[in-house]
Write a protein that binds this ligand. Structure first.
Ligand SMILES: [Fe+2]
Length: 489
């Protein structure tokens, strides 16, 4: 049985939802408690030890989100799953901030429910372990506090990412505008249709895309909303008309970001209200997709921002790494170009190379900042940074490939590296590229216990290490990059 003995509190006033959840969870060995109002839920919470709370956003006596604070205050390790009919981004972010771990979007299937439950149960375990440790170490040093805050930010972002990634039918590669016009054509069969973006003042419209039959005259590239546009309203919306063309606004976050322009259906002069209804539907669906896409992209950027702020935090602690990561990153990109690696590998390398030593955030000051050479025991601790870097990255589902590369950046071609003693092609190509650039930069930097090698000496070392520490083709390409003089200062 999957969740032996865990207690789940289901808070929902819908009888069907509660029964469905209850049956499925009971079958998987959970103990299920039910509440159909927020107040009943709070009462049950006070009298029972709860592992997971499943909370509907709409309760008869309160908003589901307002339950999150009292639950987390009662026991911060309770994992919370929200149920919602439509995951509106503001609400998602709000619930995340208040400690929700995951979302179920109605109607949900039972497989999805079980996956979510497994994930949050694991999270509950981690939270409890973390709480135990924190209780014991309450007065520990400030740096640990900093690490915890960063860690928390990572958890928050990764969960937000998880949510946005699971939103139904989200596809980042898809051109939403193009798809929207295709739909308009399929559904309405108009003479022509186009999409205009609204300028800053929303008065000027700029043509982005158009679909039209041969012989139909092209759309104007720019339009100014003026008296020629006749505002009309119907079906609880406002639209504009101009010379028989309907302009329906595309509204995202209360802003008119653009207009779909549709010229009447073939063979019909006017625009029937059925068609208007369908057009509105397409615009609404497209707006949801675009909004999701925006949420996804902004999350992706915040993930990358968070990772680079971690590097800055390491730089502050360890002056040696200052600049090291940037130099390695630059060399890696040049090397990748010389080796003609694929576009995809190039983008992965661009993300990973500046943060390959991310895991050092978890290494204690005594080891990371030790001025002399390390004892065997300390070296073992230091080696942990590769796996720790992977751990941090793995939290972002989108960065799974990058996480693997970070784990293996200290493997050796002959299989004598760490952490997994992988050899040759078993080591990801990007890790092999980072290994050479990382070693070269380390050799040519001054350390407290030894002077930097000259460039010639370092090149000699790379050559000697080819086939042992380094992948021969990578080492060879590196030497040819260096020989051509393209070298970061
Ligand atoms: Fe490293």
């Amino acid at each position: 049985m999957m969740f032996d003995g865990s207690t789940v509190l289901v808070i929902d006033d819908s009888f069907e939802t509660t029964e469905l959840l209850s049956d499925c969870l009971t079958m998987n060995a959970c103990h299920v408690l039910k509440a159909d109002t927020g107040n009943k839920a709070l009462q049950i919470l006070r009298q029972n030890e709860i592992d997971v709370a499943v909370v509907d956003i709409n309760l008869p006596d309160m908003n589901g989100i307002s339950l999150l604070d009292p639950i987390k205050t009662h026991d911060p390790t309770i994992a919370i799953v929200m149920i919602t009919g439509y995951p509106e981004p503001n609400f998602v972010v709000d619930a995340m901030k208040k400690g929700a771990s995951d979302f179920l979007v109605k109607p949900f299937d039972l497989d999805k429910l079980l996956i979510v439950m497994m994930r949050v149960m694991r999270e509950r375990e981690i939270l409890r372990e973390k709480k135990d440790i924190l209780d014991k170490l309450e007065d520990k040093k400030k740096i640990e506090m900093l690490n915890r805050q960063l860690q928390k930010k990572i958890e928050e972002l990764s969960t937000m990412f998880h949510i946005s990634n699971s939103l139904n039918g989200l596809s980042i590669a898809e051109d939403v505008y193009e798809k929207m016009l295709q739909l308009v054509r399929e559904v309405l069969n108009p003479r022509s249709c186009a999409f205009y973006l609204a300028g800053h003042d929303s008065q000027e419209l700029i043509l982005v895309l158009e679909h039209k039959d041969n012989g139909t005259k092209p759309h104007e590239r720019r339009l100014v909303l003026s008296d020629e546009f006749v505002p009309k309203s119907g079906l609880s919306m406002t639209y504009l008309t101009r010379n028989g063309t309907v302009f329906l606004p595309l509204i995202i976050k209360d802003q008119r970001v653009g207009y779909i322009a549709v010229e009447g259906r073939k063979g019909k002069g006017v625009f029937p209200s059925d068609d208007l209804f369908l057009l509105k539907l397409v615009a609404e669906k497209a707006a949801i997709k675009i909004e999701n896409k925006m949420l996804y992209e902004s999350l992706y950027n915040s993930i990358l921002d968070t990772l680079s702020s971690l590097i800055i935090a390491i730089d502050r602690r360890d002056s040696y790494t200052k600049g090291h990561c940037e130099r390695v990153a630059e060399m890696c990109l040049q090397l990748g170009e010389r080796m003609n690696i694929s576009e995809y590998e190039r983008s992965v390398l661009g993300i990973v190379s500046p943060i390959h030593d991310l895991g050092k955030i978890g290494i204690a000051d005594e080891v990371l900042l030790k001025p002399g050479s390390l004892t065997n025991k300390e070296y073992e601790v230091m080696k942990g940074h590769a796996a720790m870097g992977e751990e941090i990255m793995k939290r972002f589902e989108i960065l799974a490939e990058e996480a693997k590369i970070i784990r293996h950046h200290h493997e050796r071609f002959d299989g004598k590296g760490y952490p997994d003693q992988l050899a040759a092609a078993a080591i990801p190509l990007c890790s092999r590229i980072i290994a050479v650039c990382d070693a070269y930069d380390a050799m040519t930097s001054d350390r407290p216990y030894r002077k930097a090698l000259s460039l010639g000496e370092a090149m000699e070392e790379i050559k000697r290490g080819s086939g042992k520490q380094f992948d021969p083709p990578v080492a060879e390409a590196f030497m040819s990059v260096m020989a051509s003089g393209a070298r970061p200062e």
